[in-house]
Structures are given as C-alpha cells and as structure tokens.
Design a protein around this ligand. Structure first.
Ligand SMILES: [Zn+2]
Length: 537
C-alpha cells in the first residue's frame, strides 16, 4: 500500500484528478477538454518522471507539480464557492480587484466546506510530494509510458504554439490564466489597431438631420426567429414586442452570415461583408461611423469584455460598460435585466444625438441560466414543436428553457421600449440576433456552429421600432422601409442598414446593399458554402 503512495503516479493522479472530481460534483457544466487535458498531463508527467534522472530535472518536475496543485486548489475553491469553473471574465474581474477587496471577498466566501476540502487537498499533496521517490525504468511497460510522456510534450507544444489552444491544453485555473494574459496582449493590439484605423482612414460620415435623434441597437444572442410568437411560433414568447406591433417593422427574411458570434458580428457591425471580403481590422465599425457623424455613442454589454471584435468596437464608444465587471465572477445569474439601469442612464443623457448599442447574453449556451426563475413560463409540452412528434423529456426541457430565455429577452426589449416611449424626439430601436440556434427544431441537436448548419441557426429576428416623431420626420424613407419587409437580406450588410435608418450619409455607404435604399439589390446568401435560398434543412 505504502508503495502506491510513494509512487509518483499517485501524486500526479491526485493533483490533477481530485480537483476534477470536486468540480464535477459542484458544477453543472464542465467542458470535456478538462478531462482530456488532465489525462494528457497524467501521462506526460508520469512518463517524464522515468526519464528525469538528474536531481535538477527532478526538482523541476516537483516544481511543476506544485504549481499545478496550486492551480487545482483554486479550481476547488471556485467550484465549491460559486458552482463554476474559471473563465476569462473571472480573471478580468480578479485583475480589476485590489488586494483589500480580494481579502474581503475571500473572508466573505470562506465556509467550512471549502476550507476543509482545500485543507485536505493541500495536505495530501504536501505529504505525497514529500514521500515521492523517482524510480528508473525497470520494465518494458514503463518504457512505453515514458515514450507516451514524451509524445504528450510534443502534443502539448503543438496545441499551444501552433493551434493556440492553451485553454484546452492546460487544465483549470492555470490554463485559463495563461490564456487570459496571452489574449489580453493580443486584444490590446486589436483595440489599438481599431483606434488607429478610425483616426487614419479617410471617410466621411455626416448627420442627415439636425433634429435631435436617439437610436438603440440591441444585439441579441443565439435567437432563432422561429421561436418568436411575433414570427408565428405556437407559443406566446414575445408578448412585449407584440404590444408595440403598430410601431414595429418586422422583417421576415433575414439570415445571419455565420452561425457563430465572432464571425457574424465581425461582418455585421463593420463595413466588412462576405461579398467584399474585407478583413475585420481594415473595416470601419458602424459605431465608428456614427460617432464620426457626431452622435454620442454607448456600448453596454452583458457579454465577455475580452472578445474580438466587440471589445475593440466598444473601445471607441464615448461610454462603455460591461456588466460582468459588476459581478465577482459569478457567471450563472448575470441576467440581461441588469443592463437596464445603464440603458436608462444613457437614454437620459443630455446629448441631442445618441446611439446606444446594447449587447445581450440572450439565449446563449445554458438557456436556463439566462433568465430569473420567475420567468420560467413554459414548463410543459403545450405548444412545443420539434424535429419529431414524440420529444423526449430532456429535449422538451431544453425547448422549454430556450423559450423561456426568448421570453426573457422579449421582457428586456419591452423595458427598453417602455423607456423610449417617453421620448418626444425622433427615436428608433433596431433589434437582431447575431445568429440563430437549433433547439431540436429540424434535427436531433441543440446549439449552433459551422458543422451541420441548419436554417434555424441562421434565421434571425430583425425588427425596427420607431416612434411617431421618427415616422413623421423621415416620412418618405419610413414608407419605403415599410415596403421592404419581405426582401431577402443577410446580416453582413447591417452596416449599411444601420447608417441608413440612423440617417447618416457616409462615403462608406453602399445604397445597393442597404435594405432601406431605393437601389437595394439582394446579394446571394451563401453561408459556409451552402446557398440558403436553395434550401437548407
Ligand atoms: Zn452568438
């Protein structure tokens, strides 16, 4: 027995797998790469231990194991305290916290449970490492393992250096931390490049009217329009939008250019499009263009603060706020409703020309974490539709949770519209989602992505609300827009649509690609090499 505990295998196994067991017990969603990465490290350190005969090398191995144990201690602490795993947003929050706050935080969250688990883990690690003996290769089996250990080093280097997958290769806290600091540097470069582009690129953008105007652009997340009551879904998921239907233009034939956030927003929030093939770094953003036209701009977001392209675009805004900074890394209950006070404050700002971008978390990934429990409206099979007649309980549950998240987004939109209602000057709100989501609609799958893309991952809501003052100030334009509701449109031309409805003249505007202009011509909608208009599943 004591031989097992003296073996380096025991120490390596315990260091990597005890935190994983704790994580699985306390956290609902753990990425599959956590297990794979730990298995890889078990083999790597376990194998290398046979080859490292020199004391310096052995000390190095012990040092790496101690660091990984420290990382594991953070994983345990976080999982037990918050029921979550570390993310880049948690790191961002930690970096922004000063020592005093951090101490206060630790004291506030210390519990018998997490202190005991942590003490147990660190004690076992300490004695295991102290007792550890390095043995030379004796058997053939050990030779094979040593070889696999070396192979794992090669795989890890390849994953990190060539594929930039630090996050997936180094488990837990350590991987996220290293990834965070790497990305922060490259993100800083992207932000600076966008600011240089804005200052140096020659383009014009002017307001078409000196009338006071307020515009809100709400960017939804993973919203399949076929789940909106407004678009004919069998469940009443959009009572608030429907309440405003007489001031709402509902576009029926809009798709996203991608089924993922980053590429979709790169082309919809900048002048880049699938057609012009511009690189994101060379493309002026819609926010940049309206800012140049003299609008005061806001970026208010419930999404991660360290993301391309949104962080760089947000950096140009006159005022920006990511609500994740208000939270101490608790990811689960950060509802979009927390954005509302910030939107209200922006709407009350004294500037005469305002554009407020609002980036929602919408229906991202874990649907049930996107709305407060009291918004759990759909709980049975009534009105649920799916790819087959008899849906399983699990499928039904996901559909219900998804519909509840849609219903909550509708609530948030209703609250913003209610605030806008009291504005007497011309005001409009544009809402779309970055892409759709398959929720067992046309196949046995939930999610979105480039592989096996379905029409539900692309078909998005696209509406424009405008008040009476807007409709009368821009009457001809508004009437024309109202005649375009069935026109085919792809989100990569949103830049032109945005300039158009916000009444901005710009040398970057291409009327032929702008849904609101008299010259609009639909472009082919080829997404991931498939022609949407020729039919997708
Ligand atoms: Zn998305």
């Amino acid at each position: 027995m004591s031989r097992i505990f003296q073996s380096h295998w025991w120490a390596v196994f315990f260091i990597f797998f005890f935190p994983l067991v704790v994580t699985y017990s306390y956290v609902e969603f753990v990425r599959g790469s956590e297990l794979n990465a730990r298995l890889g490290w078990l083999l790597m350190i376990g194998g290398l231990a046979y080859l490292f005969r020199h004391t310096v090398l052995q000390k190095f191995l012990l040092f790496v194991m101690s660091l990984m144990a420290l990382s594991g201690a953070f994983d345990i602490l976080y999982a037990v305290t918050f029921g979550g795993v570390f993310t880049s947003a948690t790191f961002e929050a930690m970096v922004l916290t000063d020592t005093h706050e951090a101490l206060e935080f630790l004291v506030a969250y210390a519990s018998v449970e997490n202190v005991l688990l942590l003490a147990f883990y660190l004690t076992v690690v300490y004695f295991s490492l102290r007792k550890l003996t390095f043995r030379a290769i004796e058997r053939r089996r050990e030779k094979v393992v040593a070889f696999l250990g070396v192979l794992m080093v090669v795989v890890a280097i390849q994953q990190i250096v060539q594929r930039d997958r630090t996050f997936d290769t180094i488990p837990g806290f350590a991987g996220v931390g290293i990834d965070y600091f790497n990305n922060r540097d490259s993100l800083e470069e992207v932000i600076q490049a966008r600011q240089r582009l804005y200052e140096n690129k020659v383009f014009t953008a002017t307001k078409n009217s000196e009338l006071p105007q307020t515009y809100v652009v709400v960017i939804g997340e993973s919203m399949n329009r076929n789940h909106l009551g407004l678009y004919g879904y069998s469940r009443n998921t959009t009572p608030n939008l429907q309440r405003y239907s007489d001031q709402l233009l509902k576009f029926d034939n809009v798709v996203s250019a991608f089924a993922q956030t980053r590429p979709s927003l790169s082309v919809s929030l900048t002048e880049a499009s699938l057609r012009n093939g511009m690189r994101e770094q060379e493309a002026i953003s819609l926010l940049g263009a309206v800012k140049k036209a003299g609008f005061k701009t806001w970026w208010i977001s419930n999404q991660q603060p360290l993301r391309v392209p949104t962080s760089a675009i947000a950096s140009l805004a006159d005022e920006s706020h990511f609500i994740s900074h208000d939270f101490h890394g608790v990811e689960d209950h950060r509802y979009d409703g927390y954005l509302l006070p910030y939107v209200k404050r922006a709407l009350q700002d004294s500037a005469t020309h305002k554009v407020i971008f609002v980036h929602l978390m919408g229906s991202h990934l874990q649907y049930r974490n996107r709305y407060p429990p009291e918004f759990s409206v759909f709980n049975n099979a009534d009105g649920a539709r799916g790819y087959r007649e008899e849906l399983s309980d699990t499928e039904l549950q996901y559909i219900n949770e998804y519909d509840n998240s849609v219903r909550y987004t509708d609530f948030v939109l209703g609250e913003i519209l209610a605030q806008l209602q009291s504005h007497s000057e011309a005001a409009a709100l544009s809402f779309f989602a970055d892409h759709g989501e398959e929720v067992y609609d046309s196949k046995d799958f939930k999610g979105h992505g480039p592989d096996g893309v379905t029409k539900n991952m692309l078909e998005i809501p696209f509406v424009l609300w405008r008040n009476a003052a807007y409709q009368s100030a821009f009457e001809v334009f508004d009437r024309r827009l109202g005649s375009r509701l069935q026109q085919p449109f792809m989100l990569d031309d949103y830049f032109h649509f945005g300039l158009c409805f916000m009444q901005v003249e710009s040398s970057l505007n291409r009327p032929v690609h702008s849904l609101c202009s008299a010259e609009y011509q639909p472009s082919p909608r080829v997404i991931y090499g498939k022609d949407y208009d020729k039919g997708l599943q």
